[in-house]
Design a protein around this ligand. Structure first.
Ligand code: NDP
Length: 337
């Protein structure tokens, strides 16, 4: 698989370049940026043969099989539509787009063109979360009563830019982190919220966008979810707890981009540490994507998953802005556009 990178981004530099090359036969042919000089510098830093600011040039290169879109969020829609029109498969960063309607348009276009479209929700690829999901699915904690997601972290200084001050680029902790939490709850429970309530605030870093949010979701099964996301918490740690009628699962330090953290299950039989593999999250995501392109299996997080996570996040934002209970109609959002 030969990749074209759309976006000379931090996530591409820190994680994805390595992940694309970890796949047997995985190569990177292009990097594109709005700024040709930045694209050139990125290409030199990462040994990528072609670079530039012309998306059309990247997309017209027949040797590029798939693109990875990691530009700021408002650019994902036009770039994804252009890539699909050029016949490329697409791995797109979260949030897929600025609105659920735009995300549906991207995913629908890829489906009509017969291209693989995936969302880079990395937590699904974590050995910790896969162990949690397997334990829940095996009924080890009985019927799920509640989930607590604590994902209040500190935005590193080198990322303190558009996320904090540019709503037009998709800034704010809700599109940035709540989408991941919506996806991982979906992964573990296999359902989406029926209703959400929320409150958000600016707690030290945000300039014109929220940097902290707490929300409560009621699920169709009757389970409840509490989610806390922030950019301003230096020492809070992060994790997920899933509590059921027969046991509780504690995932500590598992809301990470790296294969770290630990998972413990507590039942009437006592405490047990669950075995978790330590595979690289992004390499596993890329491997599943390559498999899907080869006709073997599906991406770990599909386009539909990316639509659903965005719909939940936007419902949280609406609930926080209005104080109202909001019902995200995920089923309607998932009707092919
Ligand atoms: P960056 O701010 O590093 O990059 C986003 C864009 O900003 C780049 O594509 C680039 O535009 C521009 N840019 C980068 N550096 C500079 C600079 N020095 N000066 C001016 N512009 C610059 O963002 P991230 O890598 O953190 O995020 C990119 C996307 O990836 C977002 O959609 C985000 O939500 C997602 N993401 C996902 C993660 C995950 O684990 N799934 C983790 C982190 C981010 P251009 O390409 O035009 O040069």
């Amino acid at each position: 698989m030969r990749w074209g990178l759309i976006g000379a981004s931090t996530i591409a530099a820190e994680h994805m370049v390595r992940a694309f090359r970890a796949e047997p036969g995985g190569t990177i042919g292009w990097v594109m940026s709005a700024d040709a000089a930045r694209a050139r510098a990125f290409a030199a830093d990462h040994d990528i043969p072609a670079s530039g600011s012309d998306l059309g040039a990247l997309l017209s290169d027949p040797s590029v099989d798939a693109v990875y879109i990691s530009s700021t969020n408002e650019k994902h829609l036009p770039q994804a539509l252009a890539a699909v029109a050029a016949g490329k498969h697409v791995l797109c960063e979260k949030p897929l787009a600025m609105t659920v309607g735009d995300a549906r348009a991207m995913v629908g276009a890829a489906a009509r063109a017969g291209r693989v479209f995936a969302t880079n929700h990395h937590l699904r690829a974590a050995g910790t979360h896969r162990a949690i999901r397997a334990a829940v699915a095996a009924g080890r904690i009985g019927r799920v009563l509640s989930v607590r997601v604590h994902h209040a972290v500190y935005l590193p200084p080198h990322l303190q830019g558009w996320r904090l001050n540019d709503p037009g680029a998709g800034g704010g902790v809700i599109p940035d982190i709540t989408v991941h939490d919506a996806d991982i709850v979906r992964f573990h429970l296999g359902e989406d919220p029926a209703e959400v309530v929320a409150a958000s605030c600016v707690s030290g870093l945000g300039q014109g966008v929220e940097d902290s949010v707490m929300s409560v979701w009621t699920m169709p099964s009757g389970a409840m979810v509490f989610a806390h996301e922030s950019f301003t918490h230096r020492f809070a740690g992060h994790g997920i707890e899933i509590h059921g009628t027969e046991g509780s699962i504690f995932g500590r330090g598992v809301m990470s981009q790296r294969p770290v953290g630990e998972v413990e299950i507590v039942t009437a039989a006592g405490r047990e540490r669950l075995a978790c593999d330590d595979a690289d999250l992004y390499a596993r995501t890329v491997a599943a994507f390559a498999g899907a392109v080869a006709g073997q299996g599906a991406p770990l997080a599909t386009g539909a998953d990316g639509i659903a996570s965005l719909a939940v996040a936007m419902a949280v934002r609406q609930a926080a802005a209005t104080g109202a209970r909001v019902r995200p109609d995920i089923a309607a959002a998932l009707v092919p556009a």
